[in-house]
Ligand binder design. Structure first.
Ligand code: FE2
Ligand code: FE2
Length: 169
């Protein structure tokens, strides 16, 4: 995100690196989310957006949980365009599949799991974002999904290539 200072961008990269370096997270690069944007590029865009808003509006958030929850919010690991009996009702249930994977692969804490589970609110209306971090991710997801659907459709060049983890120092 352009409006992050160098220090903020470095902090974001430090928080995101352990997730982006993980092969299971990299698998999201093999699935299309919106337009011609992979799920990996989508979750990184959402994470940078949510983190950027928290900085711009000086919101007191747990940055570690915010970035983890944003990066894992669509960690469901299948092609949602192809119906699959093991993962029915994608629209309402993929947050639960993603949370299961986040718990299994990363041992994600309750705050992160809540961010993941509620990101589709108001779908369903009962799964309400109940923290600043969850609300930021839910809003950033909608904002980025609309942007990707409207402006990054097939046939247009992707605005951002699939992100790669930076080499460890
Ligand atoms: Fe989602
Ligand atoms: Fe999403």
């Amino acid at each position: 995100m352009k409006n992050l200072t160098d220090i903020q961008a470095a902090r974001f990269d430090d928080l995101a690196r352990p997730y982006l370096a993980h092969p299971a997270v990299q698998r999201m690069g093999g699935f299309i989310q919106h337009g011609n944007v992979t799920t990996l590029a989508h979750v990184v865009r959402v994470a940078r957006c949510a983190f950027g808003w928290s900085q711009r509006f000086h919101l007191r958030v747990n940055e570690r949980d915010l970035v983890a929850g944003a990066l894992l919010h669509d960690f469901y690991l299948y092609d949602w365009h192809a119906p699959h009996p093991a993962t029915p009702h994608h629209a309402t249930r993929h947050p639960l599949y993603a949370a299961e994977n986040a718990a299994r692969v990363f041992g994600a804490n309750d705050a992160v799991l809540a961010i993941v589970r509620t990101h589709m609110w108001p779908l369903p209306p009962t799964r309400v974002p109940a923290s600043r971090e969850a609300l930021l991710v839910s809003l950033a997801d909608k904002y980025c999904s609309l942007y990707e659907t409207l402006f990054l459709r097939a046939g247009r060049p992707a605005a951002s290539p699939a992100p790669q983890p930076k080499a460890r120092a």
